[in-house]
Design a protein around this ligand. Structure first.
Ligand code: GTR
Length: 384
C-alpha cells in the first residue's frame, strides 16, 4: 500500500492564490458607527480602544487591569561582569492575586560605564532558557548580550515558562492560576496574553530599577514571542518601541491573506495561545473583525520593527510587510510620518526608518546577531 502524505490542514504558498486582501482588510480609520477618524485625538479617544477590545475579545483575550500586588527581589547584583563591560542584576518579580503568587525571573545586564539609566531591550524568551542565562555559558544570536552592551544599551530577558508554560496541558500553571476568571471566560487570556502581562510586570520593576531608563524600554520577541511582544506594546503604552521578529500568523502577518500558516493551523497546534473565541475563525479568516495591521497600529506612534527570513515562508514575509504598510495611516496621524515603499525590500536590505522598520533576512526562521545589529541601528535612530 502506498501512503501519500496529505496534511489535513494544507497551507498555500502560491502568491497567485494569496487573495485580494486589500478589499477585505477591516478599515483602521472608520469606527463602529461609520465615522471617519481624521486626527490623532479621535484615534486616541475612540477608535484605538475599540480595536484593542476587538483583539481582546476575539484573539488574545482580556488582560487583568488590577491585581493584589507585585514585588521585586534582587537576588544577584554583580558589577564588572563580561570582562568588566557590564553590571548584572537578577531579580524575581513576584505577582500576587487571589491568594496565589507567580514569579518571573529577570536577567538584566547594563553597561558598566553608563553614567545614567540606559534604554533597554527586553526579550520575551520563548526558546531555550540557556539563551538568557546570567552565566553567559551559551552565547547565541538569540540574545547577544555582549553585542547590545557594547552598543551602550541594557539588555534583559525573562523566560515564557515563568509566565505560562508553552504547553497545552500545563499553560495554566504560571500566572494564570492568579486569574481564574480569565481561564473561565471565552474572551479570557491564555498563554500569549500571560507572556505579555509578564512583560508589563517586568516594566513595573524597571520603573524602580535605577540602571534602566524605563521610559525607553524596547520589547522584543521572536516568533510566538514576537506575537507576545506586539500584544504587550498594544496593551501597555509604557513600552517605547517594539520588535517583532518572524512573528508570522497572529503576529505581524496579515491573517486574511491566504499564505503560509492559517488561523486553523495555529489554533489546532497551539490551542493554549489565544482565547477560546479565536477558534471561531478557524477556516474563516474572512469573518475576523480585525487583521494584524490593526495590531501594529495600536503601537502608534511608538516605533515598530518587524522582520522575516527568506526561508520562512510559513510566517509570510510579504503578508508581514503589507501589514506594516497598511498600519501606516494611524502612524501618519502623528508628526513623524511613515512612507514605506509599496512593495517589500530585497533580502538583507533593511528599511530602518522611524516609526516603521522592516527587513527580510536571508536564511531560516531565527533571531540572529544580524537581526540584533539592525535593532540597535533602529534604536540609535530613535533614541540618540
Ligand atoms: C510555529 C508556529 C508559528 C511560530 C513558531 C515559533 O510552529 O506555527 O506560528 O510561532 O512556531 O514560535 O517558532
Amino acid at each position: 500500500i502506498l501512503f501519500v502524505f496529505q496534511p489535513a490542514l494544507a497551507q498555500n504558498y502560491d502568491e497567485s492564490k494569496a487573495g485580494t486582501y486589500t478589499y477585505t482588510l477591516p478599515p483602521l480609520l472608520v469606527d463602529s458607527n461609520g465615522k471617519t477618524i481624521k486626527n490623532k485625538s479621535q484615534w486616541e479617544t475612540s477608535r484605538r480602544s475599540e480595536i484593542l477590545q476587538l483583539f481582546e475579545d476575539n484573539v488574545y483575550g482580556t488582560m487583568p487591569k488590577t491585581f493584589d500586588s507585585v514585588s521585586f527581589k534582587v537576588l544577584n547584583d554583580q558589577p564588572g561582569v563580561m570582562q568588566g563591560a557590564a553590571h548584572l542584576k537578577e531579580t524575581d518579580v513576584t505577582i500576587y492575586n487571589n491568594g496565589q503568587q507567580a514569579t518571573i525571573h529577570v536577567v538584566l545586564f547594563t553597561p558598566q560605564q553608563a553614567k545614567k539609566a540606559v534604554p533597554t531591550f527586553l526579550l520575551i524568551n520563548n526558546r531555550s532558557p540557556k539563551n538568557t542565562l546570567a552565566s553567559r555559558d551559551t552565547i547565541m544570536g538569540f540574545w547577544p548580550a555582549e553585542q547590545v552592551i557594547a552598543a551602550g544599551y541594557g539588555i534583559a530577558a525573562f523566560h515564557v515558562s515563568d509566565a505560562a508554560p508553552d504547553d497545552k496541558n500545563t499553560y495554566q500553571n504560571g500566572l494564570l492560576r492568579l486569574f481564574p476568571n480569565e481561564l473561565a471566560r471565552d474572551n479570557g487570556m491564555k498563554a500569549i496574553g500571560a507572556w505579555a502581562f509578564a512583560a508589563s510586570r517586568v516594566l513595573d520593576y524597571f520603573e524602580k530599577e535605577e540602571t534602566v531608563d524605563h521610559k525607553n524600554v524596547i520589547v522584543v520577541g521572536h516568533s510566538r514571542g514576537g506575537k507576545a511582544s506586539l500584544w504587550a506594546a498594544a496593551q501597555d503604552q509604557r513600552f517605547a518601541m517594539c520588535v517583532t521578529n518572524c512573528s508570522g500568523n497572529t503576529g505581524a502577518a496579515l491573517s486574511k491573506r491566504n499564505f503560509g500558516e492559517t488561523v486553523e493551523v495555529i489554533n489546532t497546534a497551539f490551542p493554549h495561545w489565544f482565547n477560546t473565541n479565536y477558534k471561531k475563525y478557524n477556516g474563516n479568516e474572512a469573518a475576523l473583525p480585525v487583521d494584524q495591521h490593526m495590531l501594529i497600529a495600536l503601537a502608534a506612534p511608538r516605533p515598530v520593527y518587524a522582520t522575516n527570513a527568506t526561508e520562512d515562508l510559513w510566517a509570510d514575509p510579504t503578508g508581514t510587510y503589507l501589514a506594516m504598510k497598511n498600519a501606516e495611516p494611524v502612524f501618519n496621524l502623528y508628526n513623524r510620518q511613515s512612507h514605506l515603499p509599496a512593495t517589500p525590500p530585497k533580502p538583507d536590505s533593511p528599511i530602518i526608518a522611524w516609526p516603521l522598520s522592516y527587513h527580510n533576512r536571508t536564511g531560516i526562521h531565527d533571531l540572529t546577531f544580524y537581526d540584533w545589529a539592525q535593532f540597535i541601528i533602529f534604536a540609535d535612530k530613535y533614541l540618540k
